[in-house]
Design a protein around this ligand. Structure first.
Ligand SMILES: *Cc1c(COP(=O)(O)O)cnc(C)c1O
Length: 399
């Protein structure tokens, strides 16, 4: 899964180009930077690699989500429908815009259930945010239809699914805007970083300004720039962009390794009676960064986790149901609306309401689910050893 596993001479070379000039900022200093524009180069590479018309780099994936919402005009009092299984960044970004996160059930795809989305729409709904979790995708045809019918904005959080596609289009390029994260554990990394992708020039222009204090970036003199609207500082640095530039060139290699390792492991798990695999709406588009599978019951799953631990093979296997960071069940700070600064009344009551919201449909999926992270640095022999060890343990667990 993570690009940091294959960090090497290419990354050092790109970073060194920046260190040679000492111009660590992505804007200005045209003379001293001697033609080195790593952020611009990485934005162009994102566009050509993923087929987006426009790309705006940011300082993180969380900043990318926040920027996209600002550029799409999502703010105070707007409801944003998002899944109950995601990374905390999804609701952090929504709350930071003054908007209201409306958490709804996921289905066996581990992403937004279109039925749950439909049921959650109110006159205040402005945006639907599917999260393409663990390398694979939401049912985009269904979500696109819902958004068209109800005139809603579709913002894809593709932070965990770089390189995945749906019916030939890259995840993150199907909605009005989409985001990737390039944090340290994502498929390609900048150390820290993210990107907003869009095919809408207006959304891009607003994203570009928003990430840099509202600067319009129209003139050659930064100090003389106008500020068409309020902004923030979500800029990426040239050092981070340089790392990403080396990484994006290796993406095809990363994806090929993930696919190979994922398929080998799967061939072992397929031999365990009663094991099922995550629903993938377009199997050809799986990025294969995780292999996600279901045991017959919560008890079987808890037993499997215990047995993996006992056998010393737990590392890289995630039981999200018991995990503090990815599922509604353990998000007490969210459900208690514990904030350092005052939230709006609307936000507070929406969060408190989560305490009594029924997520039993999601619980039924998540309590039986294990995701295995696919490493880029396993040897083929190691993948077979892992598969055989999984098989031996799981056959006992389900017996
Ligand atoms: C990693 C991640 C983010 C946020 O990315 P950061 O770069 O760490 O801020 C957002 N959404 C999902 C689903 C993620 O996995």
């Amino acid at each position: 899964m993570p690009g940091f596993e294959l960090f090497g001479a290419e990354e050092k070379k790109e970073v060194n180009d920046v260190l040679e000039t000492g111009i660590l900022m992505r804007y200005g200093f045209d003379g001293p930077r001697k033609g080195i524009w790593k952020s611009k180069e990485l934005e162009a590479a994102v566009c050509s690699t993923f087929g987006a018309q426009y790309a705006q780099l940011t300082s993180s994936g969380t900043a990318a989500l926040t920027t996209a919402m600002a550029a799409l005009g999502v703010g105070a009092g707007d409801e944003v429908i998002m899944p109950a299984f995601t990374f905390v960044a999804s609701f952090e970004a929504i709350l930071s815009m003054g908007a209201i996160p409306v958490l709804v059930d996921i289905d066996e795809s581990l992403t937004l259930s279109p039925t749950a989305v439909k049921a959650a729409i109110t006159p205040k709904t402005k945006c639907v945010m599917p999260v393409h979790m663990c390398g694979s995708m939401a049912d985009m045809d269904a979500l696109v239809d819902i958004c068209k019918e109800h005139n809603l904005i579709l913002l894809e959080d593709a932070c965990q699914s770089i390189g995945g596609t749906y019916k030939g289009k890259h995840l993150g390029t199907i909605g009005h805007a989409g985001t990737f994260s390039f944090d340290f554990v994502k498929t390609i990394t900048c150390g820290e970083g993210g990107v907003v992708m869009t095919n809408d020039k207006d959304v891009y222009t607003k994203s570009d300004a928003f990430t840099d204090h509202g600067h319009d970036h129209l003139g050659v003199d930064r100090g003389a720039d106008l500020h068409p609207a309020l902004g923030y500082n979500f800029r990426i640095s040239e050092l981070h962009a340089a790392v990403g530039l080396a990484q994006i060139k290796k993406l095809d290699t990363f994806l090929a390794i993930q696919k190979k390792h994922n398929q080998i492991l799967r061939s072992y798990l397929e031999q365990v009676p009663g094991i099922q695999f995550r629903v993938v709406p377009d199997p050809a588009g799986d990025s294969h960064s995780f292999l996600t599978w279901f045991l017959p019951s919560q008890q079987h799953t808890e037993n499997a986790i215990a047995a993996f631990k006992e056998a010393g093979i737990l590392a890289g296997n995630f039981y999200w149901f018991g995990n503090n960071w990815h599922y509604i069940r353990k998000w007490d700070h969210l459900k208690n609306a514990t904030s350092l600064y005052p939230l709006s009344k609307d936000q507070q009551s929406a969060l408190i309401a989560l305490q009594s919201t029924d997520f039993s449909k999601s619980d039924a999926v998540m309590s039986k689910c294990i995701s295995t992270a696919i490493s880029l640095v396993w040897t083929e022999e190691q993948v077979h050893e892992k598969g055989a060890a999984f098989l031996a343990v799981l056959q006992k667990v389900v017996a």
